[in-house]
Design a protein around this ligand. Structure first.
Ligand code: PMP
Ligand code: GLN
Length: 392
């Protein structure tokens, strides 16, 4: 093979700068080091047994072949019911709900299905790592607007300046990974007014919609009057049912926007595994008790981890939503957040995520490290005891 052979080339130009995901890197370092893994956000416990049983039964009984591309009707109907029950939003499961393989595929199908080369998409920083590579793979351009630090307010003037005639969409991750911000009604209305003025779409990544604290309640973009017809709301069962590996997600939007998403989804995966869809139609239909208990359980875990970090003399940013908490590491004498997280993983035995990976200009988050608290209490207590040894 000559040096110029195309068979020897790495990923395409758009993806190359992003490298391997920080979640993969930190989880593999945690495993090698025997560290308690509070980096990549996945629970160390599984969701309800009855969902596992339903999935297993569905595997035995079928469907084990392709199911309809837009998703099994019982799941789509259950999702429509959930939107009505929790948010008072009415959706037609036939034309407005598309089941995807996780929120990840929902986001990809949305971005790849809608963007044209040269379009701009506004990203509010800090932001999740999936958006920019897919936007760039579509030939479009991410435009970054940083939230205020440390208050996480929406910089209204800066945001208004970022909108222009090329702006095709803005992505709003609410509640926000990694900071745990919950957007206020006023902020969402303001974003709605800008989207209307510039004829732009709003893409809501709402995967943490059921994990809110301190009396906060979730406002889906579909319930914002100015956004109702120009938004796509993406979510999944990963966090709500503690089954991150099942990859059952969805996109909800007007019939016209849903059609664009389906156009892409049919070529990406065509459909999502039927047995998991069937099981999750039960999950989505669970009573309020399930959702309340989930929130209560995470309220306790948040308190356990954040209080312990604070007791160790660390400056903690308590989240309003999500299952992540961050600390300020600027006083700890490390070169940056990556150096800190590598040290913590290999020397202290607790893995965390360096927050700078959520910023395009990594200086934005270099003073922060993110811990997840989606773990058994005993796992969190073990992490705390290791951190105490280090601090002591
Ligand atoms: N968006 C955000 C903000 C996330 O944190 C994650 C990770 N769970 C995803 C999307 C991807 O969700 P899924 O696992 O359902 O693909
Ligand atoms: N959403 C998870 C997190 O933020 C990571 C999921 C993934 O590994 N892509 O930790």
């Amino acid at each position: 093979m000559t040096e110029k052979s195309r068979a020897g080339v790495m990923a395409c130009r758009a993806l190359r700068p992003f490298g391997t995901s920080i979640f993969t890197e930190m989880t593999s370092l945690a495993m090698k080091s025997g560290a308690v893994n509070l980096s990549q956000g996945f629970p160390d416990f599984d969701g309800p047994d009855e969902l596992k049983r339903a999935a297993a039964e569905a595997v035995w009984r079928g469907p084990n072949q392709y199911v309809p591309s837009a998703g099994l009707m019982p799941l789509r109907r259950a999702l429509a019911g959930k939107m009505e029950r929790f948010y008072g939003v009415e959706l037609d499961p036939e034309t407005q709900i598309t089941v995807t393989s996780g929120a990840s595929e929902g986001l990809a199908a949305t971005l790849l299905g809608l963007l044209e080369p040269e379009d701009e998409v506004i990203l509010l920083e800090p932001c999740y790592d999936l958006y920019a590579p897919i936007i760039m793979r579509a030939g479009a351009r991410p435009v970054y607007v940083s939230l205020d630090h440390p208050g996480l307010g929406l910089p209204r003037e800066g945001l208004e300046k970022a909108f222009n005639s090329r702006t095709r969409a803005i992505i709003i991750n609410n509640p926000l990974n990694p900071s745990g911000k919950v957007f206020s009604d006023e902020e969402l209305d303001f974003i709605g007014s800008l989207c209307g003025r510039f004829d732009a779409l709003a893409i809501g990544d709402e995967v943490y919609e059921h994990l809110l604290y301190n009396g906060h309640s979730h406002k889906t973009l579909l319930a914002v009057p100015s956004l109702k017809d120009r938004c796509l709301v993406i979510s999944s069962t990963a966090k709500t049912f503690s089954m991150t590996g099942w990859k059952v997600g969805w996109v909800m939007a007007s019939p016209a926007l849903s059609e664009a998403v389906r156009m892409c989804h049919q070529y990406l995966t065509f459909c999502t595994p039927g047995p998991f869809q069937e099981a999750m139609s039960l999950g989505i239909s669970m009573g309020d008790g399930y959702f309340n208990e989930l929130r209560e359980s995470y309220t306790g875990k948040r308190e356990l981890l954040c209080r312990a970090l604070a007791d160790l003399g660390l400056e903690v940013y308590w989240p309003e939503g999500t299952y992540y908490a961050s600390i300020n590491i600027s006083g700890l004498d490390f070169a940056d957040d990556l150096a800190f997280c590598r040290f913590l993983t290999t020397e202290v035995g607790v893995a965390a995520i360096p927050s700078s990976f959520f910023w395009q200009d990594r200086r934005g988050g270099r003073d922060l490290a993110r811990f997840c608290f989606c773990k058994k209490d005993e796992t969190l207590l073990e992490a705390v005891s290791r951190l105490r040894r280090w601090r002591g």
